[in-house]
Design a protein around this ligand. Structure first.
Ligand code: SF4
Length: 349
């Protein structure tokens, strides 16, 4: 396993400092696994130094499998400015343990949940989002695990959401065990209709803000363990997607690739997008997928929004919920928050 060396961490701090005009800094720690003892020491050391910089180190998030998130580490999270912990699981115990076991085959589900219990019982004041990774094999078990987790963590700052597992994220060809876009759309609408459950993207689009990420902003970067810099975390480990290295001066040297992310990935230059009816709420989809599809030899990769083919189904369910909320507010004297509507639902015959 590759860990960031101390001299690389020092160069990383200098890289951050080089953005003199930047006022705030947000960091996401992910791996590998950032809660492995040695990795967590590096998180600690870098965070300490970031906190001493002039820039306001505003917040951090931690993406973890939860297995090594001990009580001691949980108590440190506030100090490390970590306000959000994302922990992923693969379904109910028997499903998860068949897929996510230790090297010798031992299960991990119970320990991960025990660690979440510890986290929520610790001094940590942030939120914990449990992402349930879903693909074609385990999607039908989502309701079971969601209900179980919501009950177990009722009244805490734990949320549970369905995470789309995209086999293309491993830089393999589309297909494999991913759920196709149409199935995912059906699943999302059904979850919203029957359980008031929303996927992380929400049920109704927020107006094209969803694809703002490190890849599409000028001051967002992903730094790998050897100091290599990328625009997108989907690119980590792909030598042809490296835009520079914090050990070099200047750190960013692959201007062509930076330009491709900032100009070639611009959906306004794509006539399909300009003519697409969901452009205002899609804003051109994932920049990384767009580049890979159009310029890096993966033409079959889909980067279009789910709303493109399924907007009507999403809108209909959203409208029903909106109507229900309005009626609850007018007739029953409450409403306004979708979660208060449980038990009342306008049904269109
Ligand atoms: S759905 Fe596809 S074609 Fe339409 S705006 Fe989004 S990326 Fe462009």
């Amino acid at each position: 396993m590759l860990f960031m060396r101390p001299d690389t961490a020092t160069k990383l701090i200098e890289f951050v400092e080089s953005f003199r005009a930047a006022k705030t800094l947000s960091v996401t720690w992910y791996g590998g696994e950032p809660t492995i003892n040695k990795a967590f020491e590096i998180v600690r050391s870098i965070s300490d130094r970031l906190k001493r910089l002039k820039i306001n180190f505003k917040s951090a998030a931690l993406v973890s499998n939860g297995y090594m998130l001990t009580k001691e580490k949980a108590h440190e999270l506030n100090y490390l400015n970590i306000s959000n912990v994302q922990i992923s699981i693969d379904g109910p115990r028997q499903v998860h343990d068949q897929r996510r076991m230790l090297k010798g085959g031992r299960p991990t589900f119970d320990r991960i949940l025990a660690n979440i219990d510890t986290l929520m019982g610790s001094s940590f004041t942030g939120e914990c989002n449990i992402r349930v990774n879903l693909d074609r094999q385990n999607i039908s078990s989502f309701s079971t695990i969601r209900n179980y987790l919501l009950e177990r963590y009722s009244g805490t700052r734990v949320t549970v959401y369905a995470g789309y597992v995209d086999t293309a994220a491993n830089h393999e060809k589309e297909g494999g065990c991913s759920v196709c876009a149409a199935e995912w759309a059906d699943f999302s609408v059904e979850q919203f209709r029957d359980l008031n459950a929303v996927s992380k993207e929400g049920v109704y689009p927020l107006g094209g803000l969803l694809n703002i990420c490190s890849a599409t902003t000028s001051s967002g970067f992903v730094v790998g363990p050897q100091g290599e810099v990328y625009k997108c975390w989907e690119d980590v480990g792909r030598p042809n997607m490296v835009i520079g290295n914090v050990h070099d001066t200047p750190a960013i040297c692959n201007d062509d690739l930076v330009a491709e992310y900032s100009i070639a990935a611009d959906p306004f230059l794509d006539e399909h997008c300009r003519e697409c009816s969901v452009f205002p709420i899609c804003s051109g989809g994932c920049a990384n997928r767009r580049l890979r599809s159009k310029f890096f030899g993966e033409p079959e990769l889909n980067f279009c929004s789910l709303y493109k083919e399924h907007l009507e189904a999403y809108l209909l369910e959203y409208f029903k919920a909106f109507e229900t909320r309005a009626i609850c507010a007018d007739v029953l004297g409450h409403g306004g928050d979708r979660w208060q509507d449980r038990g009342y639902r306008v049904v269109h015959a």
